[in-house]
Design a protein around this ligand. Structure first.
Ligand code: SF4
Ligand code: SF4
Ligand code: FES
Length: 240
């Protein structure tokens, strides 16, 4: 495939600007390939983040022509508009430099949503068997394959306007643990996700589900949390 593509890349911090590059077109070229070409051939100081290149690690997400995407699986032929790519850092996160954002707030919210497994058994007790077709197991399975890419977080308007909102990924994670029959952390977890900035702040407009590159549905997980927290409130297990 001959020719070049015009690529605008964000350079600098939050007050930076877009800079134009001409990048050679290649067969099956991904957006991450384009960014890598610039870093190797035009400007070695370009900062960006990636690891696996195969859609596993979740580290390569950027804003591509106005939309958050995993760049290692986004093909230029599918996402370029009018022969042009505009690539910036993810929205809703602080910019460190160029295309690299600070993911700290994203992961801090996992912690706030009690997204860590709380074991109900000691290591000397036998591991309990969870039936593959139990409703809780099926609900956890449907949400478990999150790669922590932050795409949903960048796509969520509620995150943008409410800095306390835990966001779709952290709440989706909490939902997997609420449905994990081996976990013993539901008391503090349901209290955390029902507080200000928790699941009830979500407006269910499904931008997270629409953009998730691995086809998860955080909106459905958050709807599950809304039901579960209301049930816990009615039983007097959590306070309003
Ligand atoms: S459904 Fe909720 S979490 Fe998802 S993008 Fe909308 S407000 Fe954010
Ligand atoms: S839910 Fe989807 S979009 Fe959000 S962090 Fe996980 S994999 Fe990425
Ligand atoms: S580099 Fe790992 S998901 Fe893209």
């Amino acid at each position: 495939m001959a020719g070049t593509i015009e690529v605008l890349l964000w350079r600098g911090g939050a007050d930076g600007r877009y800079q134009a590059y001409e990048v050679p077109l290649r067969e099956n070229q991904t957006v991450l390939d384009v960014v890598t070409w610039v870093q190797r051939n035009a400007d070695a100081t370009l900062s960006y983040r990636f690891a696996c290149r195969v859609g596993m690690c979740g580290s390569c997400a950027m804003t591509v022509n106005g939309r958050p995407r995993w760049t290692c699986r986004a093909h230029v032929s599918k996402v370029a508009t009018r022969g042009r790519l505009t690539i910036g850092p993810l929205e809703n996160l602080p910019v460190i430099k160029d295309l690299a954002t600070d993911m700290t707030p994203f992961f801090e919210k996992w912690r706030s949503a009690k997204g860590a497994f709380a074991p109900s058994k000691t290591r000397i007790e036998p591991i309990e068997r969870i039936a593959p077709d139990s409703p809780a197991r099926l609900a956890a399975d449907a949400a478990i394959e999150c790669i922590n890419c932050g795409v949903c977080y960048a796509a969520c308007d509620t995150v943008r306007w409410n800095p306390d909102f835990l966001g779709p990924a952290a709440l989706n994670r909490a939902w997997t643990l609420v449905n994990d029959e081996r976990d013993a952390g539901d008391g503090p977890r349901l209290a955390a996700v029902s507080s200000d900035g928790g699941c009830h702040a979500c407006h269910s407009h499904q931008s997270c589900q629409e953009h998730c590159p691995v086809a998860l549905n955080p909106t459905a997980s958050i709807a599950g949390l809304k039901r579960r927290t209301i049930e816990a409130y009615l039983r007097g297990e959590i306070k309003a």
